[in-house]
Design a binder for this molecule. Sequence first.
Ligand code: PMP
Length: 472
Amino acid sequence: MHTRDYQALDRAHYLHPFTDFKALGEEGSRIIERAEGVYIHDSEGNRILDGMAGLWCVNLGYGREELVAAATEQMRQLPYYNSFFKTAHPPAVKLAETLCRLAPAHVNHVFFTGSGSEANDTVLRMVRRYWALKGQPDKQWVIGRKNAYHGSTVAGVSLGGMAPMHAQGGPLVPKIAHVRQPYWFGEGRSGEGRTAGQDPEAFGRECAAALEAKIQELGEENVAAFIAEPVQGAGGAIIPPESYWPAVKAVLAKYDILLVVDEVICGFGRLGEWFGSVHYGLEPDLMPIAKGLSSGYLPIGGVLVGDRVAETLIEEGGEFFHGFTYSGHPVCAAVAQRNLELLEAEGLVDRVRDEIGPYLASRWKALEAHPLVGEARSLGLIGALELVDPATGERFAESRGVGTLCRDLCFAGGLVMRSVGDTMIISPPLVISRDEIDELIDKARAALDATLARLAEPESDPRPDPQEESPA
Ligand code: PMP
């Protein structure tokens, strides 16, 4: 089969996630055939540095035989069994123990799911159930943030704050509200309204104050939980000002409201700690996890449950009518277990914090000198570049599609860098070497140069590709 044969079948039968089906059909998919380390290979023989670790998940990198062996052994031993009716199996039990050992001390239980979206569905059911058991059934509102991503199931979409997703397939789950995001470059630096031009730390505090105002508006007695990512991933690798999380913590401490920290991207080393919550000193009641849990080799997610909620569900709850056929799937659990063992044995999480994260930060920050870059930020192994018009230092009109252009030029130059509007994002595998970071930076700079050159062409339509980047 050749590329065009795959593309023809793809066009004929495959409805892709987050895709304009018609536009993709006209253009044709890039077919990825294999991968090793931090590189993917397409069917045209191109070797491409995967600056996104797949979809923020291949933390250990591609081609790890240890994970292949773990899956093979477990498939032979017990390819499937459920844990619904008073049964369990060794892989899920061991993984539960490992996760609780790695999690903050007050977290000692886990509920397994098949994905991050299912984890957030579980979160919604758990927090409402918790308050009902506590004799406060009116505590049902969950507060999330605008431009947050928490998944694509109905609860995931509702908890998330992605306007284009909200506009399709509603109505959404009731009693979910959204407050502003701590996105200084987008909304604090030069945004509209009274925060315009604010200093980042004051802006961070103001975002936390918006949460408090929303709690007061809804009434503390009606609010079940606040949900947020430590660093917003799909929203644009939005690293909050240092003032934000301490101020949010202080707000939540004033009211009796659960904290849900979505660790689907930030968990398992991305920010240089096992969990993003540890980096920010948070003590969440619930932590949805997925992606890096298995380095994406097999689908598995879960919710880490803090003692306060777990004890109530266990002691007072009776049966919790919730679960999935693949909750704690033995093969996925065995692979996740091996993945965590390897992350530990190779010291990869500390390496992100102490060595490779700081190295990326120094090289990445230097891209700010490029005329197209208004801000280069990173934390651990997540980073973003904000593209701006060199003539004004302000953002381009959205309709120009400059981020999409830059993304396509990156791909053409052998680098996967994603675009969210005009924000370019990276989230490479944790195993990336210094040399590979150098290559990533060189390719990113080349793509920025090529973007600039294209924008300078008279009367050019900068957007070569009708495919917008998806919010997931
Ligand atoms: N939460 C966050 C923070 C995510 O980034 C994602 C996926 N991008 C999800 C939840 C949903 O995970 P999944 O795609 O596995 O359902």
